[in-house]
Design a protein around this ligand. Structure first.
Ligand code: SF4
Ligand code: SF4
Length: 201
């Protein structure tokens, strides 16, 4: 299955992924139009920042089996056979939030869906940018991320790369003070700037 793999150590906390996600799920699909739309489009990926400016871009893993799918009383959540993505039929959702309680990653949140001019909030989870996938494009968050903290590809291939990368760095840094994993200099510099900005607020 193809997925977006998170390389947390490369995240600089710029939140471009959140902005790209909100735009992708808006009506106009433009930055200015998204800001002006009456029913707001909110991101479905969340860059959480904790002490010492540690960052983690948290998004749906499209688990299989998916706890949210298993507990939904209305059968609103389903799996797309082509891409393996866990999707939602907004019109069936009754907003009971059982799915949010079952999600082990806490990524489900509720919004009004502009496309259906809804006056109630329903599960607005990550849909893996299914429309883009069908066009042969990659999810908006992965495209927006310029540090490759979000990489789209076959899950096992990405895991293998991350694992061998980490292992080789562990071996070569043994006995030295080298950071594991080593973060590219340009990303580290950007992270320092963001840390400085965060400390000013
Ligand atoms: S765009 Fe990439 S670097 Fe920026 S916050 Fe999102 S995951 Fe982190
Ligand atoms: S909030 Fe909607 S998707 Fe979630 S469990 Fe209830 S009906 Fe299903």
């Amino acid at each position: 299955m193809k997925t977006v793999f998170v390389r947390q150590e490369r995240c600089v906390g710029c939140r471009h992924c959140e902005v790209a996600c909100a735009i992708e799920h808006s009506k106009g699909k433009g930055l200015l139009s998204t800001i002006q739309e009456e029913t707001k489009s909110y991101p479905r990926i969340f860059v959480e920042v904790i002490d010492n400016y540690l960052k983690f871009p948290n998004r749906c893993r499209h688990c299989d089996p998916a706890p949210c799918m298993q507990v939904c009383p209305t059968g609103s959540l389903y799996r797309d056979e082509q891409t393996g993505s866990v999707l939602i039929d907004y019109l069936k959702c009754i907003g009971c939030a059982v799915c949010a309680m079952a999600c082990p990653f806490g990524i489900i949140q509720f919004q009004k869906i502009q496309k259906y001019e809804m006056n109630r909030e329903v599960n607005a989870k990550c849909d893996n940018c299914i429309g883009r996938l069908e066009e042969g494009r990659i999810p908006a968050c992965a495209e927006a991320c310029k540090t490759s903290a979000l990489e789209f590809g076959e899950a096992n291939d990405l895991i293998r790369i991350a694992r061998t990368d980490f292992t080789s760095r562990m071996i070569t840094s043994r006995g030295s003070e080298t950071e594991v994993p080593v973060i590219p200099e340009n990303i580290r510099a950007f992270q320092k700037v963001m840390e400085k900005l965060a400390s000013l607020s």
